[in-house]
Write a new protein. Structure first.
Length: 267
């Protein structure tokens, strides 16, 4: 995968994902996973493990993307760190345990789960329905269990959790821009724990010949993460200048179309 054309594809993917991550407070897995699956299949990666490889690599990429987004959001002091700290333990446990489930599933069934989740996400993003806000921030116990659920679901489809965590934050009457910023911070423990889980569960696939570490392809990780790290601050800057809800409607159908194409490639 070290040919120049593939590297250009990876860099282009990372550039787009970085902007999306900063703009919407999501990790970009909805785009990364189907695109990487297509590229990996073209390079002859075993179809039984190809989606696992895409999921694990996506998680590793989200680590870098979320760090970039956090740095940019922190400059604006928009992250609600108290909520992040309460959710983090549950997120780490739920995310890691879910990788064991994902590793036992065939790529085709994983792609179906991914597509169904993207369909749900596309509808939610397009409708843009905001949950009815509560009067206060939830308790520590609620955050722990909610973090576990968000982490587990995010691990199965390799997303930074923004699709789930932003509505969860909005219901606590947290401003939309602060919710997006906080979602970026929540994505870091999800990605860190998920990456570790996919490396552990895919350890038999580790090979320095193909530059893979567990279910993480190091070439794709390095190229996509590098580009996304550079462009995430662009998305963060745009949050405060454009109508984010309108952009979500325009963006919502892309992951759905890509996931359907991914399933077609596996049939």
């Amino acid at each position: 995968m070290l040919d120049i054309q593939t590297i250009i594809y990876f860099l282009a993917l990372g550039s787009f994902v970085g902007v999306v991550s900063g703009l919407f407070g999501i990790g970009g897995g909805g785009i990364i996973v189907p695109v990487l699956t297509t590229i990996f299949l073209a390079h002859g990666i075993d179809e039984h493990n190809v989606v696992h490889m895409a999921l694990g690599t996506s998680m590793a990429i989200i680590i870098i993307t979320s760090i970039s987004s956090i740095k940019a959001q922190q400059k604006k002091k928009a992250i609600v760190w108290d909520v992040v700290k309460m959710m983090a333990p549950g997120i780490i446990i739920g995310t890691f345990l879910a990788t064991f489930i994902a590793s036992k599933l065939d790529s085709f069934y994983l792609s179906i789960i991914f597509a169904v989740f993207m369909f749900y996400s596309a509808i939610q993003m397009f409708i843009g329905k905001k949950p009815k806000p509560d009067s206060k921030v939830f308790s520590n116990k609620t955050h722990f269990f909610s973090g576990g659920i968000i982490g587990a679901l995010s691990s199965l489809v390799s997303i930074g959790g923004g699709i789930l965590s932003v509505p969860y934050l909005l219901v606590q009457n947290i401003d939309i821009k602060r919710a997006i910023a906080t979602s970026s911070a929540i994505g870091f423990p999800i990605a860190l724990s998920g990456t570790f889980g996919y490396i552990v569960n895919g350890w038999a696939n580790t090979s320095m010949d193909t530059l893979t570490l567990g279910f993480v392809n190091l070439t794709a990780f390095a190229c996509v993460a590098f580009a996304s790290f550079l462009t995430a601050p662009i998305g963060v800057a745009l949050v405060h200048k454009i109508d984010v809800n309108l952009m979500k409607k325009l963006f919502s159908l892309i992951p759905l179309i890509l996931s359907i194409r991914m399933i077609y490639a596996l049939i």
